[in-house]
Design a protein around this ligand. Sequence first.
Ligand SMILES: [Zn+2]
Length: 303
Amino acid sequence: MRYSAVRGTVALALLLGICLGAVASEEPVRVLATTTIVGDVVRVVAGDRVALRVLLPTDADPHAFQPTPADAAAIADADLIVLSGAGLEEELEALLRGATGRLVDLSERVALRPVSSAGVEGEDRHHGWDPHVWFDPTNVMVWASSLEAALGELDPENSQVYSANAAAYREALGSLDLWIWDQVARVPRAKRRLVSDHRSFDYFAARYGFEVVGTVFPGRSTLAEPSAQEMARLIEGIRALEVAAIFVGTTANPALAEAIAADTGTAVVRLYTGSLSDESGPAATYLEMMRHNVTAIVEALAR
Ligand SMILES: [Zn+2]
């Protein structure tokens, strides 16, 4: 009795497997990407072989983004969920991890940097790792490889396409890396100091020989406001080090940075940090975003 029940289940599972297999080859894999940056990398590696939905709109702050009911439905519907990871999507992660679709945390295979800022006390929801890995293009090479593997497993028929796309992209990222080295060489060593809206440039700084000397918002996220003491210390530091610019991402509120800039005679330079621009803007893809940001950083500091 028991044996035949098991045998029946096996037969049914085989039958279902055949049916599901037939459906899967006709319908594209539904992929949900969190940020516009993640979405761009998925688009490059997947090409037109998947149905892609990017959850966050342009200029949404990935640290603070709260999903709508429609977003939750899209998450529930996805075959593959791709997140930037390492705690970036802190308000979304529980929902993403609870979904039935396969989850790819792009930062899982990246060598993460611990958050070194003193301003993280009381933020016990954080994992203690800096999630802004994409500011080092060699980390995005790791992203491309993770996507190549995940897409190839979900959709083996197209795995060669994904591998070819990922290989070409890793090459483009290598060229970008060399180009950045060339650009930053124009900034004198003593001027390679970054002040930004929040702690988002450590991977960039580590790779290209910069030092992050201060942030407007303490910590690795935009969710914590600075205290009066922290503000005073930052203003003091900007004056002492003769910092030329405060770099503020398009996803952050620039009001505080503007007040500090007015106070210290520095410039506020807007960069694309947590989001791409829209299609007509200067940072429509990850590669364009990095070129735009590096050009702006070099222009501001090489004077
Ligand atoms: Zn950030």
